[in-house]
Write a protein that binds this ligand. Structure first.
Ligand code: 13P
Length: 253
């Protein structure tokens, strides 16, 4: 049985004061005794502050990206050993905003993923198609290609230490969510593809859905057989909506 996981991707939002309040609120209201893990991915600069606030709690801490190198002349990058030192257990890799707005390639994303795995930081690998690709009937091909880049570089076994997030680009920040059936169809496809290489890994890996998840639609999404939780943007910036989503995942696990 897979545990549910809900991770907040705060993207480039917050001040030290708003972050303090958000984390306090999450800690105060987190559902107890449910089979769900919650995590937050603040902007890098807030990681030390959030790590301190989360001390002694079960809430997981993650970064929004991770370097493809350990150290050296790589201006603007933050490495897995650095994240580890500051208590990060998770790192998002391959977010569509990184792919599309910053030109990150499948190869670079695979190298970032590999570094996270190597240093014991659990990557949350984001994959998903654009609207144009969906309308052209290319959804499965696109996610297959994104997954193959990872499988070829890091191998199927690496997914024992990773999480996948299916995030259709057209559903991110648009208020337009994939229907539970649309999301389930892709999640099942991903699991099937992995099962061709290793059925245990396919069965165990958590596959999160991301794209306009909110307190109102979370339950029906998480009720689907292959959806194990969510990667949440906008709705993770408010205590009440984030907690409601975590609660919904706990009830569906
Ligand atoms: P929204 O929940 O704001 O659509 O963002 C989803 C996302 O990109 C999570 O990584």
């Amino acid at each position: 049985m897979r545990r549910s996981l809900v991770v907040g991707n705060w993207k480039m939002n917050g001040t030290s004061e708003s972050v303090r309040q958000l984390v306090d609120g999450i800690l105060a209201g987190l559902p107890q005794g449910k089979a769900v893990d919650a995590g937050v991915c603040p902007p890098y600069v807030f990681i030390p502050q959030v790590a301190q606030q989360l001390q002694g709690s079960q809430v997981l801490l993650g970064a929004q990206n991770v370097a493809d190198q350990d150290s050296g002349a790589f201006t603007g990058e933050v490495s897995a050993p650095m994240l580890k030192e500051f208590g990060c257990q998770l790192a998002i890799v391959g977010h569509s905003e990184r792919r599309m707005k910053y030109g990150e390639s499948d190869a670079l994303i695979a190298a970032r993923y590999q570094k996270a795995i190597e240093h014991g930081v659990r990557p949350i690998l984001c994959i998903g198609e654009t609207l144009e690709q969906r309308e052209a009937g290319q959804t499965f091909d696109v996610v297959d290609e994104q997954l193959d880049a990872i499988l070829n570089q890091a191998g199927i076994d690496s997914l024992r230490h990773a999480v996948i997030a299916y995030e259709p680009v057209w559903a991110i920040g648009t208020g337009r969510t994939a229907t539970p059936d649309q999301a389930q169809e892709v999640h099942a496809h991903i699991r099937q593809k992995l099962a061709a290489q290793d059925s245990t890994v396919a069965e165990q890996v958590q596959i999160l859905y991301g794209g306009s998840v909110n307190a109102d639609n979370a339950s029906e999404l998480f009720a689907m057989a292959d959806i194990d939780g969510g990667l949440v943007g906008g709705a993770s910036l408010k205590v009440d909506s984030f907690l409601a989503i975590v609660q919904a995942a706990g009830e569906n696990s």
